[in-house]
Design a protein. Structure first.
Length: 462
């Protein structure tokens, strides 16, 4: 099977990795002539870290990134308090990565490109999708290189201005707030401690100011974030400095690496699929930056779609739109609510809560504590050879896994009996020494759970 992916951002790269590791023929093309160089989507949510672990890139992400920094709040130039954007949570057996992680988007993309290249696929820059037609057997795509490519499926991961979405004629409904414009960029800030984030505002209006957040694994760069004053139309270094000078003196900006003006954009495609063509990431849903949801939702679109494309059955492919469009609609409502609270000056734009971690994303169609469609929890177990391992280790890889609690495991690949201490079983089994697996899955003797390749429960029988 051949799949062509338009767009080499986090969504397209994630999908490319997932397809390539399954042995599919995949190409990832992008109209840009150079890789993006900026922090933009710099917050990786806990569920995305779990996805990255399965795809084999988590070690590099953790090594190059850092925890979300504490913010030093300065009002009228005086340091008044320190605060965190979210409560720091301790890892638990079922949630090994409970906190967000900071890594600039261009760095995340570089890690994903390296992983994709290791699977034999290199992204192709300067290769724009000009148009396509589809029939019952495939998609014929015209590229700016002069090629005409025949693919089984085409995936548009080509951003909010998606050529693929526009060619399909899919409405991108929603709003763009022209009244609220923000500056974002990557700069050095001489005189600021890089171990902290910094908020500068006036005591008379503490919710309106400049936020400088340190970017890990850079030459002491910060991500700069501030409202764009009325009448200002550029994102030059002098503009960023003038705005900052209105709140504090003695902090000099330099070495601008990237800057842009953004407007809150909240949009959702009416369809995520037409025939053999799919939309994913920003091509399917555009998010305001509040809550740090955009990049993460796109990564999980790709993770949901990859195994379904590899399977190829029409009924399974139909579930991509039903599952991911409902999720995108829910996530957009969370981001929009956070944005509104910021506009009402009831909350800082960088605040996070439980709803932004994406661990509670579910495709469930029935009620219960842990049912099909829910995220499959992790838990520590002991393997047959005495080695301590985790359920996530058993799930890793491009295939489903079956757990049978307390009963013999059928002689089938990737099926494990989960036993309590002192019990044995024919076939592969793991011992649930502390009982965490039974508790996480609300399992008793005879419970059987099938884990989908994307880490969600596919079926359960008690």
């Amino acid at each position: 099977m051949h799949v062509l992916i338009a767009g080499a951002g986090p969504t397209g790269l994630t999908l490319g990795i997932d397809l390539a590791r399954r042995g599919l023929d995949v190409r990832v093309v992008d109209r840009a002539d150079r890789y993006f160089a900026g922090s933009r989507g710099d917050t990786l949510q806990p569920r995305t870290l779990e996805v990255f672990e399965d795809l084999g890139v988590l070690d590099a992400v953790l090594r190059q990134g850092s925890p979300v920094p504490t913010t030093r709040v300065h009002l009228d130039g005086n340091h008044v308090m320190d605060r965190r954007s979210a409560e720091h949570l301790a890892p638990t057996p079922d949630v090994p990565y409970p906190n967000a992680w900071i890594l600039g988007q261009s760095q995340t993309e570089a890690i994903l490109r390296d992983r994709l290249a290791g699977l034999g696929v290199r992204t192709e820059l300067g290769t724009a999708l000009l148009g396509f037609t589809q029939d019952a057997d495939g998609v014929t795509v015209r590229l700016s290189t002069g090629e005409t490519v025949r693919a089984d499926h085409l995936v548009g991961a080509d951003g909010a201005g998606s050529t693929v979405r526009k060619a399909l004629g899919i409405p991108f409904t929603g709003t763009t707030d022209e009244a609220m414009r923000m500056l974002i960029g990557d700069v050095a800030a001489d005189g600021l401690d890089h171990a902290w984030a910094h908020w500068f505002a006036h005591a008379s209006d503490p919710m309106n100011g400049v936020h400088l957040s340190p970017l890990p694994n850079t030459d002491r760069l910060f991500q700069y974030h501030a409202p764009l004053p009325t009448g200002v139309t550029d994102a030059r270094l002098d503009t960023l400095q003038d705005i900052l000078d209105g709140f504090v003196t003695g902090v000099r900006l330099s070495r601008p690496a990237w800057s842009s003006i953004w407007r809150p954009n909240v949009r959702l495609a009416e369809r995520f699929r037409v025939g053999r063509v799919f939309l994913a990431g920003d091509a399917a849903h555009a998010h305001p930056p509040t809550g740090g949801q955009g990049l993460n939702t796109g990564v999980q679109d790709a993770y949901n779609l990859g195994w379904k494309l590899a399977d190829g059955s029409p009924g399974l492919l139909d579930t991509y739109e039903s599952e991911r469009r409902a999720t995108a609609e829910r996530v957009l409502s969370i981001s929009s609510a956070l944005l509104q609270r910021h506009k009402d000056k009831a909350e800082d734009a960088h605040e996070r809560d439980e709803s932004t971690r994406q661990l509670d994303v579910t495709y469930r169609t029935s009620e219960g504590r842990i049912v099909p469609g829910d995220r499959a929890p992790d838990a520590p177990v002991v393997a047959l050879d005495g080695r301590r391992t985790r359920l996530f280790d058993l799930y890793r890889g491009p295939r489903p896994t079956r757990l049978t609690f307390g009963t013999p495991a059928p002689d089938e690949p990737h099926t494990y009996a989960v036993l309590r201490p002192g019990h044995t079983s024919p076939g592969p089994y793991v011992v649930d020494v502390e009982g965490h697996a039974h508790a996480a899955y609300d399992a008793s003797h005879g419970t059987c759970v099938v884990i989908r390749p994307d880490g969600y429960i596919g079926a359960r029988s008690d």
